[in-house]
Design a protein around this ligand. Sequence first.
Ligand code: NAI
Length: 284
Amino acid sequence: MGTYAVTGSASGMGAAVVARLREEGHTVIGVDVQEADVVADLSIAEGRRSAAAAVLDRTGGALDGAVLAAGLGPAPGRERSRLIAEVNYLGVVELLEAWRPALAAADRAKVVVFSSNSTTTMPMVPGRAVRALLDRDVAKALRALDRFGRMAPSFAYGASKIAVSRWVRRTAVTREWAGAGIRLNALAPGAIRTPLLEQQLATPAEARRIKAFPVPIGGFGDPEQLAAWVVFMLSDAADFLCGSVVFVDGGSDAWFRAGDWPRAVPALRLRGYLRRMKEFRTGT
Ligand code: NAI
């Protein structure tokens, strides 16, 4: 049986993951701003530091896996954009960096980060905000979002999930992660019936927008099903999964982006491709 850290453990998909892992007999350390083994506010640096340390204190040095589900959806106001940037992006990367040695100390540890299909289905998310988040400059990301007015929190959400997915893909394949035996991947759900979605459905205009959104399979996803995907991505069956963003979204991503990926490396980028081949071979 393993020891797992789960953020966002008090509600929605995080809570469903905790229940499944505990049913299977694993030890789970839940992290949340409320009702958790480790109560911490991931929207502030000190909260992230104390959450990371408190989890490590409880592990005895090795962590078999982590699930990063704490997150906030869009709601009105600039403060919401800040919360989204801090929790959805820094609340993932800072905790995982602190936990990396404990994950490396376990045998074939697995990490699942909650992304979203907003990464590919929300148009016009500003690249500057994504880049600022990857540079961990929240103030700069907020400035890049300011000109979008009341749409800013929605774009903050999209930017936070694109940034965290890129961080996962870039980080997963490095010597410190894949090379240390850690499998780092992301799960990108579509609209799933959790308190986060219910909050958005409570606003009539938002509800209309969400219900009009193309979902080829129809309806909303179920948190229990997504929890089953997470548990699968933590299992031995996922030993060969590394740096993937797994979409479980009823087909919305495929509806909008079917022709965008997979796509061969174009001739113009062949040099970069060959350079990456060499880098891998020589370990530089
Ligand atoms: P939820 O609202 O049910 O649960 C989120 C949890 O995060 C809550 O327990 C909340 O207390 C915690 N949290 C929020 N702010 C925090 C903070 N400052 N410090 C510590 N914990 C904090 O949401 P849900 O739907 O289960 O979302 C889980 C993840 O899945 C999130 O990252 C979300 O962005 C993502 N997601 C959700 C979708 C949906 O339709 N529900 C769709 C795509 C992605």
